[in-house]
Ligand binder design. Structure first.
Ligand code: AMP
Ligand code: ZN
Length: 466
């Protein structure tokens, strides 16, 4: 299997440390809000990787953390804990919102057929492991205490910027616009391993440590959790490309300093889902979640299909037009594949040939769009329906698009109303609220053209089909 490695910036032959077994670590969600569909793109493509490895015969041990402490509003050490920010927004405790958004995340994963990791570990459950790691880094001379916090000293490494040609000055905390420097640091790019002093005194979750009562930095959690469940030699580390710096760079620095040897061989980074105005991000406040798509009538698996059509190493621009095209194609495909009957003899030769083409697609750096094309190729074969069915069942182990399950008939619930029309009504209401009357009129006219009349009442808008 060939896999692109962000560390070497080349496509390499994938060889795990232990024959037949793959240890994978995935940066899990920061559970202060819903995962947006950009985050979910990353998890869908990581799922395609995991399923491809299993398809190709590897036993996969996949570990994922849940970030419920330590991820600050700046991806470096500046700002407030994102969890605390979320808790304030919703007037709940940090643990309440952590539980709520963790559940919401796994609900989305289920709807998208994303397999559950072998091990899921909330960061707040591994405090002793983080403390142990920081203690050893101090003892070995890689970390130091200053002003109540513990920092990693990047000058102790031969090479810190491992992912490509960073312009160190641009990236250093304290140099970037709007970020205050931290006088405690020996080098501007040093990063915090443990905080006891922060500008944000209302940090909710704190633990006792040899350096005083405080909380861990974000980066240390992924290193320690991976070491605990994946062992000292990691085969593949995954995440979205925004995490390459500083998060993954810092993970490598502290893990290798702690271990005294190379830690992870392959780095699998998924490029971003962008909107027409830039990266989709939670902190910008404007983001789409899976639930919104579902309320608009999109099958979550149509979103999975939309993602699989693009390579994970290319940025993907989200538009409703693009999603509509994907949703239509997906419905048509599934209607055809699910209708295949268990009829005729299995053509073993055709099976072997088609499976080889599929394995080649996923074995070439997880080429999911070619893997989807392989399904269309099967439909064109002159073989029995039973053969086609067997092949599609086999490919669906990786694609996970429920291709053999008939689509549920869409019958709008008369009492609650058609979800798609209700979503349009909600969009029109939002447009009116934002004084975007042109958009509100456009929605009304579009519905009218479909024979749907909107009726505005003091209690809200209802509709009537002509
Ligand atoms: P977070 O919940 O912010 O910790 O992010 C969860 C995952 O989503 C990480 O792997 C991020 O790198 C990734 N991610 C964040 N924004 C995007 C985006 N717009 N497109 C794809 N992945 C993203
Ligand atoms: Zn991480």
């Amino acid at each position: 299997m060939k896999l692109y490695n962000s560390l070497t910036r080349t496509k390499e032959e994938f060889v795990p440390n232990e024959e037949g077994k793959v240890n994978i670590y995935t940066c899990g969600p920061t559970v202060y809000h819903f995962a947006h569909i950009g985050n979910l793109r990353t998890y869908i493509m990581e799922d395609a990787l995991v399923r491809s490895l299993s398809y190709l015969g590897y036993e996969v041990n996949r570990v994922m953390n849940i970030t419920d402490v330590g991820h600050l509003t700046g991806d470096s050490d500046d700002g407030e804990d994102k969890m605390l920010k979320g808790a304030k927004r919703e007037k709940k405790s940090v643990m309440e919102i952590a539980q709520f958004y963790t559940d919401a995340f796994f609900k989305d994963c289920k709807a998208l057929n994303i397999m559950s990791p072998t091990q899921i570990q909330p960061a707040t459950g591994c405090i002793p492991e983080f403390i142990h790691m920081v203690e050893k880094l101090i003892a070995d001379g890689y970390a130091y205490e200053a002003g109540g916090n513990v920092y990693f000293d990047i000058s102790k490494l031969d090479k810190y910027y491992v992912f490509g040609e960073h312009n160190a000055e641009d990236l250093e905390v304290g140099v970037r616009e709007g970020v205050e420097g931290d006088d405690n640091k020996r080098n501007p790019a040093d990063f915090a391993l443990w905080f006891t002093k922060s500008k944000f005194d209302d940090q909710e979750l704190k633990w006792d440590s040899p350096w005083g009562v405080g909380y861990p930095g974000w980066h240390i959690e992924c290193s320690a959790i991976s070491l605990k469940y994946n062992g000292e030699y990691l085969d593949i580390h995954c995440g979205g490309i925004d995490n390459a710096f500083p998060h993954h760079t810092n993970e490598i620095a502290q893990s290798e300093a702690y271990l005294g040897h190379k830690w992870c061989n392959f780095w699998f980074h998924v490029l971003h889902l962008n909107t027409t105005s830039g990266k989709m991000s939670k902190s910008k406040g404007e983001f789409l979640i899976l639930d919104t798509l579902a309320k608009k009538g999109y099958d979550p698996l149509a979103y999975r299909y939309f993602c699989l059509l693009s390579h994970y190493r290319k940025p993907l621009v989200f538009s409703y037009e693009g999603l509509d095209n994907a949703a239509t194609a997906y419905r048509k495909l599934r209607t055809r594949t699910a209708a295949l009957k268990e009829e005729g003899e299995i053509d073993a030769e055709a099976m072997t040939k088609a499976k080889a083409a599929f394995a080649e697609a996923i074995g070439n750096d997880i080429n999911t769009s070619l893997a989807v094309t392989a399904v269309y190729d099967v439909l064109k074969l002159t073989v029995s329906e039973a053969t086609k069915r067997a092949l599609i069942a086999d490919f669906d182990r990786v694609l996970a698009l429920d291709l053999l399950t008939p689509l549920a008939k869409e019958e709008p619930n008369e009492e609650e109303g058609d979800p798609e029309i209700l979503a349009q009504i909600a969009l029109r209401a939002a447009a009116k609220k934002a004084k975007n009357y042109a958009e509100a009129d456009r929605i009304r006219n579009e519905l009218a053209a479909r024979g749907i009349t909107l009726i505005d009442t003091p209690k809200g808008t209802t509709y009537q089909k002509n």
